[in-house]
Design a protein around this ligand. Sequence first.
Ligand code: GLU
Length: 480
Amino acid sequence: MHPNIPYNETFRLRPQMIMIRTRFAPSPTGFLHIGGARTALFAWAFARHHGGRFILRVEDTDVARSTPEAVQAILDGMEWLGLTPDEGPFYQMRRMDRYRAAIDQLLASGHAYPCYTTPGELERMREEQRARGQKPRYDGTWRPEPGKTLPVPPAGARPAIRFRNPAEGVVAWRDLVKGPIEIANAELDDLVIARQDGTPTYNFCVVVDDWDMRITHVIRGDDHVNNTPRQINIFKALGAEVPWFAHLSMILGNDGTKLSKRHGAVSVMQYHEDGYLPEAVLNYLARLGWSHGDDEMFSMRQFCDWFDLDHITPSAAQFNTEKLNWLNAHYIQQADDERLAGLVRPRLEARGVAVGKTPSLQAIIGVYKKRAVNLNELADVAETFFIDLEPNAELLARHLTPEARPALAGFIAGLEDVPWEAPAIAALIERCIGEHGLKMPRLAMPLRILLTGRTQTPSVDAVVALFPREMALRRLSVVL
Ligand code: GLU
């Protein structure tokens, strides 16, 4: 495959001939944020769509900022979302020998050269250029040219290694999201590919890795667009095939500014904490900058079937918490009660709530899940079934009126031997309000408050039936 072959021809008509390989290459300097997760999701889905491979590569060469905790946070986030790599994780820090070999290759082929300019000299050079109103750049002192005599290297000094960028022509690629992009080589500096201490630099490692890992499609955030022409030149100098590039636009917050903590959770695992289901977050992320007609709700299987790079919008996507909440409520409703109980139980236990066999957490969730936007809300309501509930005096004073008391007493008496199921309990409620000439809320409100401490619940007969008979009687009788 080569960038000059039209995309459609290569991947639409003859996909069986190409093994698509994508990668997600996070730098472990913090948690897995929403933007990173979206990049990972798109790279994963593209590989899935084409029956290819998805590779995870941890770019941990920035030793000052990379931490093992951040590596773990990224792995946890990906696992929670189910974005399982087919290969990796690979760690750049374990590949230093390979990068050195690739630098030697470029030195030997004349595509790289030692540069003895010291950091202090570079700083002075830049200041002078700025003072003259020029763009700061390396002045090429140590760059070999035909017929040029290079200065004599200072004794004992260790050089940095610079990439000898082509001086003329352009670097052009057809970005699969942004369209054709072209940069004049004259704009590009001779990049340092190894520092004086021998450590390879970021842009260089990325290229060697993408080459070695046979990445066909580099799908990443558009904060890397400026790196791409430099990387393409390095690919070519190494004799490597240049992959396709797809640069995803950034994600903005609700208010149109760059997504940040101000907009709520930005770490994927914070969404886990906040009670979102992974399928809701995935469905939400999938629609951040990609569309399939008007489809808003779809499974990851459908997403992988549908996903293509043609329907990624080049403009920025805007984060919308309300839509995420809407999706989460939908997926909670769809989810199996037993699974939800398994997700809510640890949240209750973390609060010190002992969850026994009765009432049944699963049954509580079955009744309440239609109303919940997140798992923490489900935990909030479930909690009231497992703790000693103090009747809320203020709510009772307001809702347990003198006219309602005899109806409540009749209901409690009737509860002693009513068949323990919602329809029979509903019939008992009807009978009691009928006997006392009351409207439904007059009795339903005190029942809700006494049983759950809240004025809003699903159908009150269903809520009564969630309790064991003795427990319901105990909660209701405290006011008699
Ligand atoms: N490590 C880079 C980052 O976390 C990504 C590099 C790439 O995808 O090429 O932003």
